[in-house]
Design a protein around this ligand. Structure first.
Ligand code: ARG
Length: 506
């Protein structure tokens, strides 16, 4: 009870801070006018208000989302063994921790809110930085949104279709509806979006607490036999299978680098950034370990692997008349995560187009609500397309493959900058072995699935990344623009009632 509530309350602050940082960093006037004492034409000021506690809460709140409620089954299916999947869960936690520590050096060295974008710019120059913003706005952020909303829909539909598998079209329809609702919240007001975020974060902590408490109760009654079950399938663990099992597990940990988007707001960052990471990520790892054990305290390994919505199965077995609590808590939790993800996505899109790296219209804000509506709508459209054409598992693979190319790239950036900028101030310096390890692992994660089981999707994803150059060279480097683009921009401005902001708030 109390501890969790304390956490979520602190997260309110942290998330507010995050919102402020992202918005202020991009000079979004809306947040200033609505939010605070700052006069609208003040130069950008960021208050350092994220302390150690809020830093930890921010990490924990971003990382825990849909993954722990959807990934355990898939991971078990992919490895065919309780032991191996447990090891993978823990290894994912360790990898996220090491990756985040390297990000702590990058984030304290370059505190710009563009995170990866800024590090690539420093280490490799314009084109790789552009490719990052290209991929993150067109693929990474929308696919995160699509995965979380599909998980939301799975849990929202499950209680009404008892026992049989819910129809796919219904799940997709509900997922699309949730995207539209989240879009509406984020277009309506910045404050509403951050409030939704704070309130809904508490729900996921409650869900985790119920699961861990229930599992502990069952174990105390001596219900440990599923934990001792031998491998239930002939172990199918090839190198490629292990890599894709990692994709599934790492999805649940994604968001470990989110503190890097608010480094400017952290109090005493050289101490608090690494410390929040060292406390926050192991805490999430511990939660995930306990939740996995709890699932197995209540259902058998094959039941868990077959379950469409493992937390619902858990609730049905254990909570009796209160079983409805589980799907409710999970839908609220996933809705909150999707909301937070779109919130950040809108800001990223906004930042990239302000650099001249995306269409101008995407950086405009609504005249009265000050929300970056065009960027949000654009993201949501892509997310809807992904929901319609993808499945949770395929999207997770697609997302993780692409994301780890860039996480690996950030490690390379760190290593390169140790050589090219040896004297730049590094308030926090990570042991150099760590980025090397993460770089090797991320290379394995990206290459192994392709070698093991070549799939067109990986080729498409890679081709898409490089297709960004076809846009970069003519439109960014040479500065061409399409002749009819102005007319479209004006048209959309009138329809959406949005205006550019860069001139007044530079
Ligand atoms: N780990 C989260 C989950 O399990 C997903 C986080 C998405 N990433 C992000 N940066 N918002 O659902």
């Amino acid at each position: 009870g109390l501890v969790w509530r304390g956490c979520s309350a602190a997260e309110c602050d942290a998330e507010d801070g995050a919102a402020g940082a992202l918005a202020d960093g991009n000079s979004n006037p809306g947040d200033k006018l609505e939010g605070s004492d700052a006069a609208p034409d003040d130069p950008v000021h960021l208050k350092r208000r994220v302390g150690l506690f809020s830093g930890v809460a921010l990490i924990v709140g971003t990382m825990i989302g849909s993954g722990i409620f959807v990934s355990p089954s898939g991971l078990l299916e992919r490895t065919g063994s309780v032991g191996i999947s447990f090891i993978i869960w823990m290894a994912c936690g360790l990898l996220s921790l090491l990756g985040a520590l390297a990000y702590a050096e990058l984030g304290t060295m370059n505190t710009s809110s563009g995170a990866e974008y800024a590090y690539f710019m420093d280490a490799f120059g314009g084109p790789p930085a552009f490719l990052f913003s290209w991929v993150s706005t067109l693929v990474l952020k929308p696919s995160q949104m699509a995965i979380i909303c599909l998980s939301f829909a799975k849990y929202a539909v499950e209680p009404f279709v008892s026992e049989c598998e819910p129809p796919h079209s219904l799940v997709k329809l509900v997922a699309v509806i949730s995207i539209v609702m989240i879009l509406a919240v984020n277009c309506y007001s910045v404050n509403l979006a951050t409030n939704v975020q704070n309130i809904f974060t508490a729900a996921k902590l409650v869900a985790i607490a119920i699961i861990v408490g229930g599992g502990a109760y069952k174990l105390a009654l001596g219900n440990t036999r599923h934990l001792q079950e031998p491998n239930f399938a002939s172990s199918t663990a090839t190198l490629g299978n292990i890599a894709t099992a990692f994709y599934t597990g790492l999805w649940a940990y994604d968001g470990w680098n989110n503190l890097n988007y608010v480094t400017e707001e952290i109090k005493n960052p050289s101490k608090n950034l690494p410390l929040s990471i060292i406390i926050g990520i192991p805490l999430v790892t511990l939660c995930y370990a306990l939740v996995n054990v709890s699932y197995l305290a209540v259902m058998s390994v094959s039941e868990m692997a077959d379950s469409e919505a493992v937390a619902v199965t858990f609730g049905n077995r254990l909570l009796g008349p209160l079983a409805w609590l589980m799907p409710l808590a999970v839908t609220i939790s996933t809705f909150g995560s999707a909301n937070g993800t779109l919130f950040v996505a809108g800001r990223l899109c906004f930042a990239a187009s302000r650099e001249g790296h995306l269409l101008d219209i995407l950086s405009y804000v609504h005249v009265r609500r000050f929300t970056p509506a065009p960027g949000l709508i654009f993201h949501s459209l892509i997310a809807v397309a992904m929901v319609l054409y993808g499945t949770i598992d395929s999207l997770i693979d697609f997302f993780s493959f692409t994301a780890w190319i860039f996480y690996g790239g950030a490690m390379l950036a760190l290593i390169v900058m140790r050589r090219t900028k040896p004297h730049a101030p590094r308030p926090y310096k990570v042991p150099i072995i760590i980025p090397y390890v993460v770089l090797v692992v991320s290379t394995y994660l990206v290459v192994a699935p392709i070698v093991d089981k070549p799939q067109w999707e990986y080729l498409y994803a890679t081709a898409f990344i490089f297709a960004g150059l076809l846009v970069y060279i003519p439109f960014v480097k040479w500065g061409y623009s399409l002749p009819f683009m102005d007319k479209i921009t004006v048209f959309l401005q009138m329809v959406l009632e949005v205006v550019p902001t860069s001139t007044t708030f530079e």
